[in-house]
Write a protein that binds this ligand. Structure first.
Ligand code: NAI
Length: 331
């Protein structure tokens, strides 16, 4: 389901007090967009940091998270996903106004039941597929951008109308419109890309390097061909603009034949099985989210993985090649 401007009534959000919890990438962009859409009761709840300073520079008057929560009919929860559960338990939960609506910009914390929602609270997702600066710039320039929306908990019966009103006021229902999704779907696809798709792609590059190096080829030649030339970035850009396989027309006929004949004969059985295990056993089961909620464990594990990856030959080769590049190419 796709929702357009015509499906939304922006007056709903204009009649409410909207409390922002966080004024970072998304918080700032969305607050400025709401203000420009005629929402007059915007409260910024922020800890005393540079983001609060930015809010003051933008003409807001940031107050504590606890105070902002206690005044908001709509709570825009826009702090990093990994901090949401702790901040919710310590500063938000006990100050929530009756019959209010929670709005999240990513599915993670709702999908894995990490927020203890009051019985009378509605919960919706308005998740731009775009960095905060893009959400702001495109609003100002009247350019559409992709966004996922969903209703997760509808006690009032009006959650969808509230959700679409906010989406419209931040400019997310313009053009092609906002895509109806769910927190489970949004978080599932996001984590799948992080835990299945991209690690596999990185492992393929790592092993590609290992095999070419075994053949005696040079670091510079391998790495320039693989990614220093930025060719993969260009391929994906063309895939997005013109089509996943249609971009092949920019490659030589030898390249087209090599890619198509090899991919068409790869039945994918092994990788499909592996991907299913990651998606079902680790992600959708909630096992990953449960482990990742233990912030001490998470920080230690992430540090361990960073240490481990330094041992990979491709990472060391990357550093060697970078060290001999001219400064203007090191970026
Ligand atoms: P951010 O990293 O820019 O957040 C900074 C804000 O969080 C600041 O206001 C800061 O004061 C506050 N904050 C940080 N740690 C805190 C703590 N321990 N206690 C209280 N406040 C704290 O966050 P960002 O990137 O805007 O993400 C917010 C939400 O938007 C997340 O759910 C994220 O998944 C989602 N999102 C982010 C996108 C992006 O491009 N950054 C794109 C789409 C969704």
């Amino acid at each position: 389901k796709i929702y357009h401007d015509e499906d939304a009534d922006v007056n709903i959000v204009r009649s409410k007090t909207v409390a922002f919890i966080g004024y970072g990438n998304q918080g700032r962009a969305q607050a400025l967009n709401l203000r420009d859409s005629g929402v007059t009761n915007i409260i910024i709840g922020n800890i005393d940091d540079d983001y609060a300073k930015q809010a003051r520079e933008d003409g807001f008057n940031p107050i504590s998270i606890e105070e902002a929560v206690s005044q908001g009919d709509i709570l825009m929860l826009l702090i990093p996903d990994e901090d949401q559960q702790t901040v919710w338990n310590e500063k938000i939960r006990k100050n929530i106004k009756p019959n209010s609506t929670l709005v999240v910009a990513s599915g993670y914390n709702i999908a894995f039941n990490l927020l203890d929602l009051p019985d009378d609270m509605d919960a919706v997702m308005v998740a731009p597929r775009m960095i905060g600066a893009g959400v702001r710039d495109r609003y100002v320039q009247n350019i559409p951008y992709p966004c996922f929306v969903s209703v997760e908990k509808d006690v009032s019966g009006a959650a969808l109308a509230t959700c679409l009103s906010i989406a419209c006021a931040i400019g997310a229902t313009r053009g092609n419109g906002a895509v109806g999704s769910s927190c489970r779907e949004e978080a599932g696809i996001d984590l799948f890309a992080e835990q299945a798709l991209w690690p596999e792609i990185m492992a393929i590059f790592r092993e590609g390097y290992n095999v070419l190096r075994e053949a005696g080829f040079s670091d510079e030649a391998i790495l320039f061909d693989m990614y220093l030339s930025k060719e993969p970035a260009e391929i994906f850009e063309r895939a997005a603009d013109e089509g996943f396989v249609k971009q092949l027309k920019y490659h030589s006929r030898t390249s087209q034949y090599g890619q198509l004949s090899t991919m068409n004969r790869n039945d994918g059985n092994e990788i499909r099985e592996k991907f299913r295990r990651v998606l079902n056993d680790n992600i959708l089961s909630g096992n990953f989210a449960k482990k990742w909620s233990d912030t001490k464990w998470a920080a230690e594990e992430l540090a361990k993985e960073w240490k481990e990856v330094e041992k990979a030959p491709i990472v060391q080769a990357d550093q060697r090649v970078r060290d001999v590049l001219k400064p203007d190419r090191k970026k």
